[in-house]
Write a protein that binds this ligand. Structure first.
Ligand code: FAD
Length: 319
């Protein structure tokens, strides 16, 4: 069976959920071979084997922490030379897209970014994308070289399957030392909530929320569901919520199982970032709000009445 390389996103050996999704997708195409880089990489091997990785290629050099992206590309290039894969799957984070693009250039290969699905095809992987603010779905196939594909989080439900997970050290020849070096890192203070782009459920608030203090209503619903909190640009521009949580064309793109929009009108630029969510629920006091055109479930009502009731009901059912 053909090998499929998967670049594993991890923090000190703790594998992030999108990487397990990539392994699940990779199994459709062939035998997944995981590439884990940087500090603590070796610690990830067990989980990767439990999720279908036949081989785990590990490189832990300090270069991965000290330099930007290029060492990752050096490592992926080395892994491609070693394995000869039919495809390389990378997560669609900013770093992932950059590494994938640089790798594709080096290999002279075709690249498809922001895939929402990947399937096996007779002449190579068939990749589905949602484009033009979710207005169109495209299906394409790389016709030159190894297919390099970046995949959005939540494209598939993670499936655990035991595989050999044989650990091998990956020998990497690093290129020239680049001008830019990472001199320090400051971890972001954790909110305790899931990362916005990876969360299975997102609850977002818009201008209808009315103030920064009122966002506690949105946060309470999110916490009852174990969800991430998002915001429209209007709410972010008003200073009610951080830009890091903005959903939309100039914010983050999310595709959770469930997206709840409270006090959000559904402007095209907001839809661009959430339209591929599996189930969309809208709470808005204006029955004509465009968000209802794409919502699977809509509640016409005041969010300050509806959302706390929902939170109470969910909390009661959980207890
Ligand atoms: P509004 O459009 O003002 O809607 C507020 C809604 O809340 C209304 O529908 C109202 O009926 C409802 N409401 C009010 N009070 C209540 C209540 N008590 N209970 C229930 N409902 C209530 N926007 C984004 O979100 N993300 C982006 O990334 C983004 N990028 C942009 C990029 C460009 C280049 C441009 C030009 C715009 C961008 N925008 C973006 C802005 C976008 O056009 C909209 O202005 C914005 O999405 C509106 O946010 P909103 O829905 O929260 O506010």
């Amino acid at each position: 069976m053909a090998d499929v390389l998967v670049l594993v996103d991890h923090v000190d050996g703790v594998v992030r959920k999108p990487a397990l999704e990539l392994l699940t997708l990779a199994r459709r195409l062939g035998d997944p071979v995981a590439v884990v880089l940087g500090a603590g990489a070796g610690g990830a091997a067990g989980v990767l084997g439990e999720h279908g990785a036949v081989r785990v290629l590990v490189a832990e050099g300090p270069e991965f922490g000290e330099r930007l992206t290029v060492p990752v590309v050096d490592a992926l290039e080395a892994a491609c030379a070693l394995v000869g894969p039919v495809a390389v799957l990378v997560g669609s984070s900013a770093d992932g897209r950059e590494a994938a693009a640089r790798l594709a250039v080096r290999l002279g290969s075709g690249l498809v970014t922001d895939a929402v699905d990947v399937a096996a095809g007779g002449e190579g992987p068939v990749v589905t994308q949602s484009v033009f603010a979710g207005g169109f779905t495209t299906v394409s196939r790389v016709t030159r070289g190894v297919a390099v594909v970046t995949v959005k989080p939540n494209a598939v439900a993670v499936e655990a399957v035991a595989a050999a997970g044989a650990v091998e050290e990956l020998a990497v020849v690093f290129g020239e030392v680049p001008a830019a070096r990472v001199t320090s890192r400051t971890p972001r203070v954790s909110s305790g909530r899931p990362e916005l782009t990876e969360a299975a459920i997102v609850v977002s608030g818009g201008r209808g929320v009315g103030s920064a203090e009122n966002f506690s209503v949105v946060e309470a619903l999110a916490d009852s569901l174990g969800a991430a909190v998002g915001a429209s640009r209007a709410a972010v521009d008003a200073g009610w919520y951080p830009h890091s949580q903005q959903v939309g064309q100039t914010g983050k793109s999310v595709a959770p199982q469930l997206y709840i929009a409270a006090g959000i009108s559904g402007a095209i630029q907001h839809r661009a970032g959430m339209q591929t969510s599996k189930t969309i629920v809208a709470v808005n006091k204006d029955a004509e709000a465009p968000i209802f055109d794409l919502a699977d479930y809509g509640v016409v009502g005041d969010l300050f009445t509806v959302v706390p009731q929902l939170t109470d009901d969910i909390t009661t059912r959980k207890n």
